[in-house]
Design a protein around this ligand. Structure first.
Ligand code: HEM
Length: 531
């Protein structure tokens, strides 16, 4: 009985550790955003046009998938305008749609695209024509922030992704290790074959589940007749290849070393074309890095799973396997570190941005866990040499839990956007009976709208308001933003200007100087960042 209690305790602790780590993984992301970002829009969001714009142009920072995109424009009554379908530019970064002549009114532009890394992006914004009124940009919402439809609470989605990754690594690792193992009995070999078939079946189920979840998100807003278009996207091709490999896998695997090797690499390559690696500027290189990363991860995960499953039943066989695995695990951790670092540097040209996204923070959490893995691997080697079986078993479970939590992180990380999105600056401050509000939209390098609102009580009369922008990253003098006072509303002064006064990314300081009629000056300073 005490033995049972002891065993129960050990297992409970083990499961609790994994559950706790996964819990933190789920707790972490507050916002799920995918890779493509709307950089420019015409007609511009929240702007009043004196006459009808002739077309809609939406420009994104990344290539998008051809086929599954739309722009829909609605009039003030919520009725969709009768327009030709939007067209995609040659470089697949811009959408164009001709507009009919629009009467005065309020219009809503709604768009949906699939970014090259397989994530759907959608958002809507408003513009007005003629007498419909000046929306002014002072309350500009985050129209440039693209949204994807996954919420933090979408447990089925996250669990499916994590199971999918766990099974992909376990299955491919299991197939690879087969050729390096020595089976002393027929039953043992047969058991290994059965386990391979079981993993293949579970992987098939996880793949069908993941594919359906991804396709249902990609097809939102399109008719089911667009299903065939999905098959032309890299996500569609990836799933097609995955199933084309799984089915013959039942018959051809665990027979020839070369066939198994080719199958594993093809399966990992099929996965790699569905994700961030495809969205980079050098997809061939990043996919190659990703395949190598996945290969190294599967060597580690597959070997660890084998040791854990056979530790009780085939202790001697596992003990013989340990020195081989120990070397392979070391090489695979080194390979993971090298390929993972290269991919990080490609996905994130400004490494300091790692601190500004959930993607970056989760990656740091993953790297921290890898340090724990290295420490636990050291202990495992020590206990293996000293032949301390019980301690070895404990650290083995710890190592496996750490692997599971890395896979948990990966399941979430791979959906997040590595690059931080710029947020409009919307900032207010009151001092000395003067209240100012600064709005900069969209707050990207290049053209921006600048608005300064200044409000005072009756006793102070404002003579002038100035806005200067200073770079805190580069040694350049302050840039004067030529505000015009033509938008005057009652007691409140509204100064506005459009122009390229934020020429590059970096940290900037805005300086608002409010001068009253007695030449008293009040200065307001606000720092902000452009990524
Ligand atoms: C210092 C070490 C590591 C670094 C810097 C690193 C970095 C990365 C990066 C940047 C990605 C791409 C994420 C994305 O697509 O958004 C990635 C993906 C991944 N990593 Fe790592 N990683 C490391 C170690 C590991 C380890 C130890 C494992 C073992 C389980 C692992 C498993 C994976 C998997 C399964 C993916 C998903 C690849 C895909 O979806 O195609 N990584 N890693």
């Amino acid at each position: 009985m005490p033995k049972v209690a002891e065993k129960m305790n050990g297992n409970t602790k083990w499961f609790l550790t994994v559950a706790l780590l996964l819990f933190f993984v789920f707790l972490f992301p507050t916002q799920v955003i995918a890779h493509s970002i709307l950089e420019k829009a015409y007609p511009e969001p929240n702007v009043n046009y004196p006459s009808s714009p002739s077309e809609i142009v939406l420009a994104f920072n990344e290539r998008m998938e051809n086929g599954l995109f739309y722009i829909k424009t609605y009039d003030g009554g919520g009725k969709a305008l009768n327009t030709q379908p939007a067209e995609i530019s040659k470089d697949q970064k811009e959408l164009h749609q001709l507009l009919p002549k629009l009467p005065d009114g309020i219009y809503t532009v709604s768009y949906r695209i699939i970014s090259a890394d397989g994530h759907p992006i959608e958002n809507s914004y408003i513009f007005t024509v003629g007498q419909a009124g000046d929306l002014t940009i002072k309350n500009a919402a985050n129209v440039y922030v693209s949204k994807v439809g996954i919420s933090q609470n979408d447990w089925l989605y996250w669990i499916t992704r994590i199971c999918y990754y766990f099974l992909l690594l376990s299955l491919t690792g299991w197939i690879m290790w087969y050729h390096f193992l020595h089976f002393e009995t027929v039953e043992w070999r047969r058991g290994y074959h059965h386990a391979a078939k079981l993993l293949l079946m579970l992987y098939l189920i996880a793949s069908i589940d993941s594919m359906l979840l991804q396709f249902s998100r990609l097809l939102t807003g399109f008719g089911i007749d667009q299903f065939t278009v999905i098959l032309k996207t890299s996500a569609g091709i990836s799933w097609l290849l995955t199933f084309l490999l799984i089915v013959p896998g039942y018959f051809i695997l665990l027979k020839h070393k070369l066939v198994d090797g080719l199958w594993v690499v093809s399966m990992l390559a099929a996965k790699s074309i569905n994700g961030h690696a495809m969205g980079s500027k050098h997809p061939l290189f990043t996919v190659l890095m990703d395949v190598t990363h996945l290969f190294a991860a599967s060597v580690w995960a597959g070997g660890l799973l084998y040791i854990l499953l056979y530790w009780r039943k085939q202790r001697m066989g596992v003990i013989h396997f340990l020195p081989v695995f120990s070397k392979a695990a070391l090489i695979s951790i080194i390979t993971l570190t090298v390929t993972g670092t290269i991919s990080t540097l490609i996905f994130l040209p400004n490494l300091q941005d790692i601190l500004f996204t959930d993607w970056g923070l989760l990656l740091l959490a993953k790297i921290f866990i890898i340090f724990l893995v290295v420490a636990s691997a050291g202990l495992l080697r020590f206990f293996m040499k000293k032949k301390m079986a019980r301690r070895f078993a404990f650290w083995l479970k710890a190592d496996f839990s750490l692997m599971a939590s890395i896979v948990g992180i990966v399941g979430v990380l791979t959906v997040l956007n590595p690059v931080p999105q710029n947020q409009p600056v919307i900032w207010s401050e009151s001092r000395d009976n003067i209240a100012v509000k600064l709005t900069i939209t969209p707050n990207m390098p290049g053209m921006n709208h600048f608005i300064v609102e200044a409000k005072t009580n009756q006793s102070i009369k404002i003579k002038n308001v100035e806005l200067k922008i200073k770079s805190k990253t580069n040694e350049i003098g302050p840039i004067q933003v030529p505000l015009s006072t033509d938008r005057l509303t009652g007691e409140q002064l509204l100064y506005a200007c459009d122009g390229p006064f934020l020429p590059f990314a970096g940290v900037w300081a805005s300086e608002i100087r409010v001068m009253d009629v007695d030449d008293n000056e009040t200065v307001f300073i606000k720092d902000f960042t452009i990524h």
